[in-house]
Design a protein around this ligand. Sequence first.
Ligand code: MTE
Length: 318
Amino acid sequence: MLIKKADDIPSSEITPKSLYLNRRKFLVAAGLAGAAAAAAKGILDIASPERAYAEEKIPNLQKSPFSTNEKITPEQTVANYNNYYEFSTEKDEPAKLATKFRTHPWKVKIEGDVSKKQEWDIDSILKFAPAEERIYRHRCVEGWSIVVPWIGFSLSELIKRADPLGKAKFVEFTTILDPSQMPGQTRNVLDWPYVEGLRMDEAMHPLTLLCFGMYGTTLPNQDGAPLRLVVPWKYGFKSAKAIVRIKFTEKQPVNTWNRSAPNEYGFYSNVNPNVDHPRWSQKTERRLGEFLKRPTLMFNGYDQVASLYSGMDLKKYF
Ligand code: MTE
């Protein structure tokens, strides 16, 4: 992706440099006995006050009718090939740089056009609805894709509880600003904090996932712990990680990548093989771990969202 005011040259390589031991195994091997013991308990221990180690098994996962039966990308690949500019512009670095990122305690502010502004603790949010496993295709604007068993529930469950006013037409998501923990935020690669947005009907669509886990456990830090979005019919950058504020607005939010390069990254950013990025084609993609490219599908194959955009010129509203 384009880097504004770049003082780092980004890597846009498609194949992972190498597959590292996943972080859970690494930490256990490194002798973090407390963390290992928590994981061994096999439960989501949401009571522990502060943890550098977030991956704990999530019990009683519900299956989702939205899941694809395509081959799941190996966990080690997904957890070691990340776009997370708050840590680094290199895809293999967030896994190493985020190990000590604090995900508890964690609060999420609910602001803007709502009947009552409030602040929710992550542990109360996790209880809003039963945790589901949703196996989604995930397509990055750079041309690579993965298939991931995410865990969460529809964002609509949170929106209903936030009780937005009738005039709220959009939802803005802001992610954490903490340069003391996130070395990328000490550089001007993007305007911090990272902001994303959805139109209200997109945010309310049942496919839009409020995500706190993957591969059976809570999210690894580099994948967006403790709370992120997953919007499977849009390019990956819409799926903001480490969310601390959800604001309901009348006006369309300005998302970080759109602010950085408006001619390259739109607000909608629906996966669309017919609308090329100015610097590369979007007709095909490379599934990580595969050699041959495959055709990219309209809306990433999630045809059920097409009606949200009927009558819209998707070349103009890219
Ligand atoms: N969220 C934040 N806060 N910071 C980021 O740099 N990168 C985005 C998105 N969410 C990003 C972010 C991009 S470009 C992609 S492709 C996905 O996260 C990658 O998610 P993954 O690392 O879990 O595959």
